[in-house]
Design a protein around this ligand. Sequence first.
Ligand code: NAD
Ligand code: UD1
Length: 335
Amino acid sequence: MKTVLVTGGAGFIGSHLVDELVNRKLNVRVLDNLVGGEQNLRYFHKEVEFVNGDCCNRLDCKRAAEGIDTVFHLAAHAAEGQSVFTPVFNAKTNLVGSITMLAEAINAGVENFVFTSSIAAYGSQKKLPIREDAILNPDDPYAITKKAFEDYLHIYYHLTGIKPYIVRFFNVYGPRQRMDDPYRGVVPIFVNKCLKGERPIIFGDGLQKRAFTYISDVVEPICDVVGRKSLVDNPVNIGTEEVHTVKELGEKIIEKMHVNLELQFIEERTSDVKVTYCDMGKARKLFAYEAKVGLDQGLDKTIEWAKKEGPQEFRYFNYSEIPKLTSKTYTTKKI
Ligand code: NAD
Ligand code: UD1
C-alpha cells in the first residue's frame, strides 16, 4: 500500500483515518463532496490531496482513482434513522455512489478496496453477540445498502480480482463527530444537549444496547486489514465488546459534564434495533485485534474536545421523501 484514496475523508472517521495514513507515510488523496461540512478540513496535513467531488459522479471517481493502489471507501449518508424517510437519497449515495466508485477503481487498476460496512447490516438477531457468519437481516434502508454493497464487492472480486476488505463497525464516537446533526450519533447529541443546558432525549425506554466504540479503536485496524490474505472478501467485525444501554450512556454523560439535568423519554424511533453487539473472536484470531479504550475514558476525551468546540445549533432538513414516516421528534425539532 503506497498511494491511497479515502472517500468521505472529510468526515468524522475519514479525517482520523487520513491522519493515520499520513503518519504511516502514505500518499493520501481524499474525495469528498463536503455534504457533511468542511469542519474537518482544518485537521488535514498539507500534503493531503483534496478532490472536491461526488462519488455518484463517474468523472469525479475516475479522477480520484487515478494512480491509486488502495481505496478506503467511507463516503456515505450514514444516518440510519433518517434513511427510513429518505430512502431514495440514501440509496443514491450509499449504493449508486459505492458502485460508481468501485467501477472506476476497477477501471483504474486499484488493487485493494476497503469498505466500511456496519453492524446495521445484521439487523435484529436472536443470537448475541453477533458473529460474522450470521445471516444478514437488515431492518432499514441504510442497512440494506450496506448489505447490498457487500454483495457487489463479492461479485466483482470474482469477476476482476479487486480485493475487497469489509469491516463492520458498530457505534463509533469521539472528537470531530458532528454535534449539530439531530438525526444520528447518540453520544454527540447527548453531549451537545448538555452543553446547551437541555435535557437529553431518549427514544423509547432507553434499554436499547449498543457497543459504543472509541474512534482510535477503529482507525488503526482499518489500516491493518489491508494486505492480509485471510481477510480478502471475508467481512470482519471491528469494535468493542463493552456493551451499554442508551440510558446508562445518558446518565454517564450527565454525570461527567456536571450538569443538573434529567433524561427525557419519548416515543421509540421507527425500526430502531433494540439490542445489537458483536462477537470479536474473528478479528482477535486473524489480526490480534483488541479494543483498548473503555467508555469512561472515551467519553472523557470526547467531552474535553466538545467543551472546546462549544454548544452547537442542531441543523434540521425540511426534506422527507415519505413524510408520514418522519417522526414527530424531527418535524417538531424536538432534539
Ligand atoms: P460522516 O458523515 O462523518 O462522513 C461521511 C463523509 O462522506 C462526509 O464527509 C460527507 O461529506 C461524505 N460524503 C457523503 N456523500 C458523499 C458523496 N456522494 N460523495 C462524496 N462524499 C460524500 O460519517 P462517519 O461517521 O465518519 O462514517 C464513515 C463511514 O463509516 C460511513 O460509510 C458509515 O456508514 C460507516 N460507519 C459509521 C459508523 C459510526 O458509528 N459513525 C458505524 C458503522 C459504519
Ligand atoms: C449507528 C451508526 C450507524 C451504524 C449503526 C450500527 C452513528 C452515528 N451511526 O446507528 O452508522 O451503522 O450504529 O448499528 O453512530 N438515541 C436516543 N436519543 C437520541 C439519539 C439516539 O435515544 O437523541 C438512540 C437511538 O434510538 C438508538 C441509539 O440511541 O437506539 C443509538 O443511536 P445512533 O447513535 O443514532 O446510532 P444507531 O442508530 O445505532
